[in-house]
Design a protein. Sequence first.
Length: 791
Amino acid sequence: MRILLKGLAMLLFIGVLAGGAANVSAADDFTVKVRLTNNLGTNTSFDFIPQGSSQLKEDKTVKLEKGTRYQVQVSSGKLVLKKGSQTLKSGLNTVTIEPSVYSKANNIHLYKPGSQTIHPYLGTILFRMSGTTKIQPVNSLPFEDYLKGVVPSESPASWGASGGMESLKAQAIAARSYVFSKMSQSTLEIDDTTTFQVYKGFMWDPLSPHYKSAYEYTNRAVDETQGQILTYKKADGQKGFVTAYFSSSNGGQTELPEQYWSGKLPYLSATQKDEFDTKSVLWKLNWLKQQLPATADLMAPATWWNTTGELNLNSALVGEQSKTTFTNFKKDLLKKAKAQDSTVESIKIASINNIQTENFSNTGKVQSITLEMDYYIRNSKNGALNFDMAAGAASKTLAGKDRYDTAVEIAKETAGTEKAPAIVLGRGDVPADALAGTVLAHKHGAPVLLTRNDSLPSSVENFLEQQTVKGATVYLLGGTSAISENVENELNQKGFQTKRLAGKTRSETSLLIAKEIGQMQTVLFATGNDNSSDALSASAYAAAHQLPIIIHMGDKSPEATLSFLENQSTEKAILIGGTTAVPETVETALFDRGILSNRISGKDRVETSLEINRLLPMNGKNLVVGNAHSFVDALAGSVLAAKTNSPILMLHPDPERLPAEHMEQISKLTKDQAYYLGGESVIPAALKTASNEYIGSSLKKHQAIITYKAGSSPNMTAFRTLMGGANLKSVDFDVVDTADRFVMDGSGFGHGIGMSQWGSYNRSKAGHSAEQILNFYYQNVSIEHTSQFVK
């Protein structure tokens, strides 16, 4: 060892600038500095155990004992050397552990914090700061010993025992040339990754815990080619160093660097068939055409989005490597979608519609690949998750200029082209009576209409005249204080029969309505509070199943109500809302009368509505949406919902308060048709826009067409990097279009530029020398000794 790498690299670099490699003078060996990033990386601390005689360069009075475990840690931006709890040295910028004499016996074992995995190295270990909190280890050692840790990391050492000795020697020369050329480009420090070459340290000698007997072959390969590198003649006549690119397998055809990357290299100027590497590495990747299962309901994405993945994410269907490539591609597609719209939170790839390639005419390898697919989007806006749904979803707003007209519009939708056989008429400013009447209305196929206390609204009069059977019965809900005698007389004068159901209280009125319905084995209890919408979501279920709604007022249930239910042999009561709406005293009183009860409630009106729809499901085609805080408009919608066996969902009018945490429940309620009950002041357009992303519509299909092409951006190298080089092993593949999938059917492993390791091995077994092997893969090169170029 005659000179440190820094000096060598500077001399090499100066030599090249001054007129080429020929101007740099000789040495047999030199030191190389390797940043240990592959298996060790940066950490907050490292442990090490000297296996022989080592010393601390920064302070040689610090004694390092053989076989003792030491720690290097960070403290206040400086390095600290410790032995157990004892601090040996602190405040250091670097910690350099060097052998007293360079030898195999004086190797050192490194450990990640908390790990017992041994990483053995020869030579000097330098610990330095990386940023303000991490430590980076660097290994300095003679170049030839460095290569002994490289060659078996890049080629199977066992090849030496099966006719591949010349292949290992060719690998040693190529590896030496590769690093030598990098140093000549002023690289003062290399690393142990494929950015340069994989280096696994002191693995190659029996003193190493990682030694294998096959390493004798790679050791021989390095020793028997000591100092040998590849050079070429540059255009100016000077000698240049060959950056000896190599890969595992070229698939039977060598690649040109300008086609895989961009720049040309004079010693890699020809593409040629390699008959010694045609079937060494064969591989396949499977991408299914249909990515989402048939069970994925596009009308209700929240029901499956978080639990259902694309089929290509199932390794049992496509294989682990195909899964990985698809995962990587999906992440990149999400990144691209986010770049176009920052609100995009996640995507689902629905289908792979086409994968098409174009090939280079000279190599037959892929020049470009175009992938076409459909995908769906979920957005995150102001913390709320919502789905990008297709425009023009089936939705309809039923609204008039006021609640009376809105009820008429709902009645028209309910009746369709038929005339109503009866009418249930409730008081428009106090909804409790009308709420109880929805069950009666459904029994008679009648709509619920609203009226003013002393006069019929004109829209109601028109409906009675145009869409009601002559002489039909109109049920008046409540006493004359609710619907006056003037209204009753007006109806009679129009030829309608009237029947008033009125008690002294709202509760008693609801009992009379219940008696008119007839069936009272099961009833619903709901509050008569005019500000509560709790019972409205349950009214459609009650109407469809003819369950009377008993209106409750006050702190306890009246004796008249309890006696009535007892006399009617009621067995079960469903209490709608929390204890503020229907107190616990009601449950107790019912229990004392032998009536079982259960309660359905949520922490607020919207959650109560969701809970009702979960426990009292309606499975029809439609969904009826109302305003939980202005619900009179939705009263008439109960009959519409009951007619189609569809649920009623009560929402807060503020779209920002759409219950994102209950999206799955909301999506389960989504049907083919969504009815919004009320005008802009009741159901704002913004609420409908936000709601339509979940209900009453289907996921919007987005299309992506992405091309990777050599010489363009993104190029084929970027595609292979994205897929993972261990998965998309090369760019030598065909795309096979089958019934259910696209198959990337390939050969080769790596870029295919320069030497093929498998081709080299097969050539060695066929009797080719290392020089012959190298002359096949690199054009117009010479084998020379490093001593000619290093001072």
